[in-house]
Design a protein around this ligand. Structure first.
Ligand code: NOJ
Length: 558
């Protein structure tokens, strides 16, 4: 936050003023550059951190989002796990690098008990993990034990955040279910999805026009493939001006949506939080006139480069701005929208193509004078919150919203679904979708999935089929693909493959009441829908590192 007036005065008068005094003496001495970007750090360099020792624990989990195994590894000699919401191009697997979302919740589990550490800080955060048993084989540990006990296993966890305060919650369990309940008491449980959202979703970047949408829908009908939702990516809007429709490709959106509604189908359109700077675009001119954009450190509207070209970023941390954004989903504001149209919030890390690490400058300024650095990991959370609120309001509070978000933070489960972003059509990506979703679930985000088929590249038919078979058993079940990939609707790979995909889709639909009940229980009690085996068999040490199998459904009450 801005400096207290007394601190400013002290610095100006050259009294002992700590960091403020040094800043006054050497302007710019705290600046940091990243490639061509400068972080002016007007409040000087800061960080907070704390070490935790966990005697008796060898297994730790959580702190999504990372493309890694469920069980966290030790980070000695390498980079710590990083939590900093970023739009990462073609992310690497088995890597502690930051991805699109962050939940600073770590779980530790042993045959005796489970506990949680919730580090409530939305600034850039790093987590270092070390262990006194890492690298020792089972035989080595046994030998230690036989020779008089050896050391008590212990894991040490170091949390470091760039700014903010130390606000940490110790969740004492002692069972996995109790920790989940304690975390849910702090951040809320998964919003109960509308039933259709647990069905199958068909997406690609892009379904090109109204005829294309009609043909894809017909394909599902003719091939007897169940599908609840068709998705429209950024090309549907008029020049990436969200809340509008391209007049030549989608001249009659309402009629298109009504045709889908006649078959009880839904549609999702993308609404990203970067707003084209164009004075003829009402969304932009209103945001500017109301002073609702994030500001630069010098007080102007912060602008960056994104899909529409030059774009500004609504300040979703401002409750008035969020109320305005929510009002944009009213049927008379979002023209052409109907009650079977739902929303996808992408690029909400936020993604800024021209910014440091493809995101916003840390010295940009939000409502109340907070620097972007202080709340970066919360930006996407607030985008999804405001959008979900808009959908609730447009229905007069009668219907549950559906909003998919790419960025997230602790508590995002209250506003909808999340997914693992831009994966690739590779077997390893299919494999890692399981630990990634398990880790989301442990951190409260039960409504999660991965792009079925893989986003980048073209899947060989067997990979696509296997992905449908796996995806049918993951909570959010959506096929999606990059603009440059070849079309891959399920009937394009021959009758045999179509039949296998049909069987997977039908398995999903046969179990739909089961999924809905599982989500209801999760909504009430906070236990993940998709659970690692050790949650159900907490004393069975052989399950502690397993992340290629999992359980859905019945659970024992805490
Ligand atoms: C990035 C998203 O991750 C991807 O799913 C989407 O298709 C593109 N943005 C275009 O909107």
């Amino acid at each position: 936050p801005p400096k207290e007036p007394a601190e400013e005065e002290a610095a100006a008068e050259g009294q002992e003023g700590g960091p403020a005094e040094e800043a006054a003496e050497e302007p710019g001495s705290w600046e940091e550059t990243f490639k061509t970007h400068t972080d002016s750090k007007p409040n000087g360099p800061t960080s907070v951190g704390l070490d935790f020792s966990l005697p008796g624990f060898e297994h730790v989990y959580g702190i999504p989002e990372h493309a890694d195994n469920l069980r966290l590894r030790t980070t000695e000699g390498g980079d710590p796990y990083r939590l900093y919401n970023l739009d990462v191009f073609q992310y690497e697997l088995y890597n502690p690098m930051a991805l699109y979302g962050s939940v600073p919740l770590l779980l530790a589990h042993s045959a005796r008990s489970t506990l949680g550490l919730f580090w409530l800080n939305a600034a850039e955060t790093w987590v270092d993990i070390s262990s006194n048993t890492a690298g020792k084989t089972l035989f080595g540990k046994l030998l230690d034990y036989m020779q008089g006990g050896g050391e008590t296993p212990q894991t040490d966890v170091r949390w470091m955040s760039e700014s903010g305060i130390i606000d940490v919650f110790l969740l004492l369990g002692p069972t996995p279910a109790a920790v989940a309940g304690q975390y849910a008491a702090l951040t809320g449980t998964q919003a109960l999805p509308p039933l259709f959202a647990l069905g199958y979703h068909q997406s690609r970047w892009n379904y090109n026009n109204e005829e294309d949408v009609a043909a894809v829908e017909r394909g599902f009908e003719e091939h007897a493939l169940p599908c609840d939702v068709l998705w429209l990516d950024i090309e549907h809007a008029d020049g990436k001006r969200y809340f509008t429709w391209d007049p030549s490709k989608f001249p009659q959106p309402r009629a298109m949506l009504e045709r889908l509604a006649a078959k009880k189908r839904k549609m999702v359109s993308i609404v990203d939080p970067h707003i084209k700077v164009d004075s003829a675009y009402r969304v932009h001119s209103e945001l500017r006139a109301r002073g609702f954009y994030v500001k630069t450190k010098d007080g102007g509207d912060y602008e960056g480069w994104c899909w529409p070209g030059s774009a500004a970023y609504p300040d979703f941390t401002n409750p008035e701005m969020r109320a305005w954004w929510a009002s944009m989903f009213a049927y008379d504001q979002y023209e052409g929208s109907t009650e079977n149209l739902f929303t996808w919030n992408d690029m909400n890390e936020p993604s800024v193509f021209s910014g440091p690490e493809v995101t916003m400058h840390k010295d940009a300024v939000h409502h109340g004078g907070w620097e972007h650095r202080d709340l970066h990991n919360l930006y996407g959370f607030y985008v999804q919150m405001a959008t979900a609120e808009g959908q609730i309001q447009r229905s007069g509070g009668r219907q549950r919203p559906f909003v998919l978000s790419r960025a997230f933070f602790a508590g995002s489960q209250r506003y909808g679904a999340v997914w693992t972003g831009d994966n690739a059509a590779e077997w390893e990506h299919l494999k890692i979708s399981i630990p990634m979703c398990l880790s989301f679930g442990l951190a409260g985000l039960s409504f999660c999935g991965a792009d079925v088929g893989g986003f980048f590249k073209n899947p060989e038919p067997e990979l696509l089929v296997r992905w449908y078979q796996a995806g049918a058993f993951q909570p959010f079940f959506r096929a999606h693909a990059h603009l440059d990939t070849v079309r891959r609707e399920p009937w394009l790979f021959g009758e045999e493959n179509a039949a296998l995909i049909r069987a997977a889709l039908r398995q999903r639909y046969a179990l739909l009441p089961f999924w809905y009940t599982a989500f209801y229980r999760c909504h009430r009690h906070g236990l993940p829908v998709m659970r690692p085996l050790w949650m159900e068999y907490p004393e069975d040490t052989t399950t502690f590192a397993m992340d290629d199998q999992y359980l859905i459904g019945e659970w024992r009450p805490p």
